[in-house]
Design a protein around this ligand. Structure first.
Ligand SMILES: NC(=O)C1=CN([C@@H]2O[C@H](COP(=O)(O)OP(=O)(O)OC[C@H]3O[C@@H](n4cnc5c(N)ncnc54)[C@H](OP(=O)(O)O)[C@@H]3O)[C@@H](O)[C@H]2O)C=CC1
Ligand SMILES: N=C(CCC(=O)O)C(=O)O
Length: 445
């Protein structure tokens, strides 16, 4: 790491003790952007890096709510408004028992550069809660969301901060959140949340966007080496919003997804995952992945080893952070994996990335590969602002164009800075440069 950046990194560690995921996200960026710092001394003079590493605002609040049996629960809510140089703060809400301030800060920091890579006018932020919606009734989820929004509403707005979905926050949760926001503010401010259902101002393709976009990005990586998804065995971890629509687009492009997971284990189906069945299990019945093998006898349920032991040519981690470690990376390389594309945020550990790089496996980092979700959220904001709604076909074409542009921008930047084929360097330098130029123009704010 560049000497100046090492000093900055040490200060990030000392000012944010114990926030290991945030440290990890910062370190990855600082390890990449040294060449950009050398090329632009004005960035150092304006202390741009130090300012980017410090969120503009961090809000933490109490969320009390009552379950169906009348018991009281107290959860903690977060919104980290990281950087608004390029536009209103933009980023998801995560409802998961593992959520801590450091988790939200890692996600928000990633979001700043991801959103910049889309070329769209959106800043970066993230929020959520340690509330676990899994196993809760719709009414319990509604009561939690209403209590959560009773605090959050004062900090958000279509021109201020626009939340969306992430782990544990899908169209059900967004509907309850939007309904409460509308009631509190007495405004039909469609653009205050994205990922909304089509019934009340949502946009075509937003549900599919992260998964489709990641697949489009990896398709470009394969095309750059004269290859494609055709005939490839693919492993996709997770079975939530990102994973399901990654599987859908991989199958449309001629690949075969042979394994998917949830936190209880994974299913291996050598004939190819039956997506309609998996969607019914996950989106309608909200059941465990074990229900898949109940319906598909030839499929294997595995709970005692990593999904990344399953041989494949393309690996698409789409579950959660740090799910793919050095041993997983070595197994993928040993089994002939050509590309790893991150649908999730920061799913590969630093040692995992190192092993993949040393083995010559192409690597597409999440801040570039999974940007299709937030990009389509920005398109939802455009439609809401113009009181318009675009067709599925037009929206998907826009998404595909954006992902090709993101890929080409990362690829070209990596070449420009002497790191050909290094999508991590390309993504971090390109994203950072766009944010830095805006921050320079806006003065010391
Ligand atoms: N939604 C979006 O628009 C975007 C999401 N992302 C990122 O993609 C990832 C997935 O998000 P999303 O699909 O929205 O979330 P969902 O909650 O819809 O799905 C998450 C999936 O991952 C599984 N999972 C969670 N932890 C583990 C684990 N330790 N091992 C195996 N599986 C696990 C969950 O299983 P279980 O049900 O058992 O918990 C679930 O199947 C996250 O990193 C998110 O930040 C990135 C860009 C956009
Ligand atoms: N959870 C998301 C989507 C954010 C958004 O659509 O605003 C992400 O980019 O990580």
């Amino acid at each position: 790491m560049h000497d100046k950046l090492e000093t900055i990194y040490e200060r990030v560690l000392s000012r944010n003790p114990g926030e290991t995921e945030f440290h990890q996200a910062v370190r990855e960026v600082l390890e990449s952007i040294g060449p950009a710092i050398d090329k632009h001394p004005e960035y150092a003079q304006a202390r741009i890096v130090e300012r980017i590493c410090e969120p503009e605002r961090q809000v933490i609040f109490r969320v009390p709510w009552e379950d169906d049996s009348g018991d009281i629960h107290i959860n903690r809510g977060f919104r980290v408004e990281f950087n608004s140089a390029l536009g209103p703060f933009k980023g998801g809400l995560r409802f998961h028992p593992s959520v801590l301030l450091g988790t939200v800060k890692f996600l928000g920091f990633e979001q700043v550069f991801k959103n910049a890579l889309t070329g769209l006018p959106i800043g970066g932020g993230k929020g959520g809660s340690d509330f676990d919606p899994r196993g809760r009734s719709d009414r319990e989820v509604m009561r939690f969301c209403q209590s959560f929004m009773l605090e959050l509403y004062r900090h958000i707005g279509e021109y201020t901060d626009v939340p969306a979905g992430d782990m544990g926050v899908g169209s059900r949760e967004l509907g309850y959140l939007f309904g409460q926001y509308k009631r509190i503010t007495n405004r039909y401010e469609s653009g205050v949340l994205t990922g909304k259902d089509l019934a009340y101002g949502g946009a075509q393709v937003r549900k599919e966007a992260t998964g489709y976009g990641c697949t489009y990005f990896v398709d470009q990586v394969l095309k750059a080496r004269g290859d494609s998804f055709e005939g490839k065995d693919v492993v996709v971890s997770g079975s939530g919003n990102v994973a399901l629509y990654t599987i859908e687009k991989v199958h449309q492009l001629g690949g075969r997804v042979v394994a998917a997971s949830d936190s209880s284990g994974f299913v291996h189906d050598p004939k190819g995952i039956d997506l309609e069945l998996l969607k019914d299990i996950k989106e309608n019945r909200r059941e465990r992945i074990t229900s898949y093998t109940d319906a598909v006898p030839h499929a294997e349920l595995v709970t005692d080893r990593s999904i990344w032991q399953v041989p494949c040519q393309v690996a698409l981690p789409s579950a959660t952070q740090n799910e793919l470690d050095a041993d997983d990376a070595a197994a993928l390389a040993r089994n002939g994996c050509l590309v790893v594309g991150e649908g999730a945020n920061m799913p590969t550990t630093p040692d995992g990335v190192r092993v993949l790089r040393e083995a010559g496996v192409l690597f597409a980092p999440g801040k570039a590969a999974n940007a299709g979700g937030v990009a389509t959220s920005a398109l939802e904001m455009q439609q809401n602002a113009s009181r318009d709604s675009w067709s599925f076909r037009y929206s998907e074409n826009r998404l595909r164009e954006i992902m090709i542009d993101v890929h080409d921008r990362c690829h070209a930047t990596a070449e420009e800075y002497g790191r050909p084929g290094d999508y991590v360097a390309g993504a971090n330098i390109a994203g950072y440069s766009r944010v830095a130029e805006a921050m320079l123009a806006l003065g010391l704010v």
